[in-house]
Design a protein around this ligand. Sequence first.
Ligand SMILES: Nc1ncnc2c1ncn2[C@@H]1O[C@H](COP(=O)(O)OP(=O)(O)OP(=O)(O)O)[C@@H](O)[C@H]1O
Length: 579
Amino acid sequence: MDPVELLQKTLSVFSDVAQGDNSTMATATNATNSPSSTNATPGLSGLLTMLLSFSALTDWLKLFVIGGAVESCRRLLFSLWRSFTQSFWITATFDCDDLSFNWIMFWLSKHPKWGKARTLEVSTRSFGLSSAAVTVDGEGDCDSNRKLSYLPSVSESYSLWHKHRYMTVIREKSQDGFYRTVETLQIKILARDHRVLTDLLLEAKMAYQAAQEHLISVYVSDACNSWRMVATRPKRPLKSIVLDPGLKDLLLEDARDFLASKSWYSERGIPFRRGYLLYGAPGSGKTSIIQSIAGELGLDVYVISLSRMGLDDTGLSELISELPEKCIALMEDIDAAFHRGITRDMDENPNKPKKPQDEREKEKDEDKSSRITLSGLLNALDGVGAQEGRILFATTNRYNALDPALCRPGRMDLHIEFKLASKYQAEELFKCFYMPSDTPIPESSEKVVEKPEQDVDSAYASGSSSPATSEVRDLIDLDCPSSPPSTVATFSSSSHTLTGQTHRLRGPKLSASHVSALAASFAAAIPDREVSMASLQGYLMMYKTRPVEAAHEAPAWVDRQREERLQKTNPTPGDTSTS
Ligand SMILES: Nc1ncnc2c1ncn2[C@@H]1O[C@H](COP(=O)(O)OP(=O)(O)OP(=O)(O)O)[C@@H](O)[C@H]1O
């Protein structure tokens, strides 16, 4: 039909309808006694009849159908095109809560692209790798392994080439349901083969692990009972911990052997878990040896705090079942979880003044907040949900207070006592402190004592300026055992030859044999099993750069310690200063 004709018809219909309506209204107004509304019906019904018989309607319908089909085709083609183009890309998204996010961000931070980018983010983040102070390139002391890094900016799209592959990078930040800022990173790689992404991830992970080589990661549980990495700690060298002969090897070899025996355990149907209970005097090295073993075995440490507010048996089970297969789970002061209220101090010293009221109230509140029961702990440790492959270390100062069920083999397989310092430990600790860094510390002190004790005194009197021998290839180096000697300004004082200006270079030059002699003299002054290794360390710290004095003053220090202990156990009436 001709459009003009169509328009004319439509207009005439509308005018008919309008006329019909007007006549209806006039009839209703003029003839009130016999209101007749039937006059309106012919108008509407006429319109409907006309519309239905109207051939244009079919044309309209055709128009809708054809239009709909065209739009559907357009959309289909568009999505096909998108799928086609996407088939050339691999799109990977990394969530900030996932460990892979750290790998890829660390890898990105090392990419040269950001050194030239015009828009970028400057960041001091270490991605869980280091807590060292941040240094900027060109800064004086750039030894630090933690540098200011350049990263892609948020909400910008970047393109870069890596190993002849084109990729784009987009970082996004948003808020989750808890108003927490969540960050995601999207990497699109122009490649069809998935191996490209796997290779990239592997590369990022290896780079991350290489940077992590000297660190252990420490995880704690959050309020949602998920593990969260909170810190990285430098690996503590095993040789820096002095225990009775054989103890370190026993622990380390046992743990190493366990990790290598998965099939042995499964063949015999024994749960693949190992527990160590380290108990004994405070400050005797329990925590330190665990940190060191974690470093030696390359395992991360998962700290299970049984007294954490809100943690109940279910939460504990969840946490333990979510431990990774190879890790160290650490429960410190395991006795405290069930015997709070009896503090160590009260145990050791019944005469100790009572704690203030508010502190006791706080402790009571903590008691209420911890909902772990012994049976809950026992089930979590070796119930059906307990993780396989984990090594559990538990420490306590009150061995006898522990429930036998907790200590039984299967839960705690090895019980190792850590005692107060022996003479042997005192001597070795002294050597650890003062032995020139590249001199191996001999295992047995007896073999290396070359100088008689009077030599020590005379050395002290003469200012310890023993001539440097070929054994002394480095200065006494406390902080950085493996760092090379720096240029040194040497000068003599009345008592010592002091060298350099920095802390680590201020020690007197002593030969290994001289240090051994001083160590023997020191050990002779330290009574067996009377002071803790932590107090010995504290004492030696006061003489960081004065080994001769440290050895010489030791007897007086021991006397003072004894006096203090005596005072603590028998305080003079009215004296509240001891704490
Ligand atoms: N055997 C040791 N060899 C070297 N250093 C030690 C030794 N024992 C303790 N120390 C030093 O004493 C400090 C405390 O040690 P650590 O925390 O390991 O003791 P602990 O037995 O776990 O104490 P607590 O039972 O109070 O937790 C650390 O700084 C550590 O360097």
